[in-house]
Design a protein around this ligand. Sequence first.
Ligand code: PMP
Length: 410
Amino acid sequence: MSLSQVASSIPASPTIALNEEARLLREKGEPVIHLGIGEPKNKTPITAILSSAAKLASGDVKYVPTDGTPSLKKAIVRYSEENYDRVVAPQNIIVSDGAKQSLFNTLFTLCNPQDEVIVIAPYWVSYPEMIRMIGAIPVIVTPEDGSFVPRFEEIEQAVGSYTKAIIVNSPNNPSGMVYPENLISKIVDLCEHKGIYMICDDIYHKLVFDGKVAVPACKYTQHDVENSKIILVNGVAKLYGMTGFRVGWVIAPKKLVAIMTNVQSQTTTCVSPVMQAAAEGALTGMQSIVESLRLSIQNNRDVLMQELHSFTDVHCVKPQGTFYALPDFKAYCRNSVAKNSVELCQFLLKKALVVTVPGKEFGMENHLRLSYAGTVKEITEGIERMKWALDPNAPSEIYIGDRKLVRDWL
Ligand code: PMP
């Protein structure tokens, strides 16, 4: 059977594959702790439930405009004014099935085969694969000093005549870092100067800690949306804990949005109006929901950092936002248990029933991505189990309820 070489070369999203593995283990009754998952535990905001329920109850659930319902677009226009101090027109907006589809459509619309897109490591797992899927080339910039924030010169040096765009994700999944303002402003300048698009994946933009602000790139441009190189991607998944609703959007010049709309009309037609009504409910409802989520996640971050401090040989840069941390597990990636982060992650899942994600998938080998979007109990118990599993002096058996975990490998 001959299949597409490109499609066949695309691996499953590791985070989604691990979610599925954890789900199957839980179904079997295994006491799995999920430090892999990228979704908050909060319930859907009531305003989102009510507006989507009303749409459903109307019985009028049909095709809607490909680029989004006028009323959701109106809410996004307002969101943009309030949060970005940016005036955008409805024609600058296209709504898609999650920020994931927004990103794919953006890349598909921008790039010709062989064009290059700069991705900064550590990066969200899907960027390089999406770029490959559309026949373009991901150019990875890895900070030379081993930090999670590149020097501007490192990005500048990666720009060549084929560079079409730079993806900037701050606050960053997986490191939790917020890029410094002067780095953002220099990238804006570089893009405008060279005619490159700056794709800002802002999906975590309000989940920042300790009074920090993720200053939006558009603050540093003199141009309005129509004439700007900045493309903004956002959605309701993370800030409102609405991962299952699958609503994201792009704000870009009208010409680009029009082409993206043609593309979307040939692929998914439109986002379900029920889900768009939910997103509208979230955006126009009480925004204190986002603040309480932010506060509880900041507290989780503190708990995680405290737990990690007592973990011998593990160094973790304190996250400034998101709900991820990317501790360095180098010390545990070079023994008989694991040679790399993929093996370490498999080992922890098998022996301690703790889900983590290998740093390799984010372009940072020897690290593990830990999510602290869950409960304090999950975080403390998860790290305690990891410590037990990796400590040669720990008791050889522990009980989780009546499930015995055995440490028989060191
Ligand atoms: N960008 C980043 C950085 C993400 O972490 C995610 C989800 N994990 C997405 C985009 C996709 O978000 P959505 O669920 O809206 O598709």
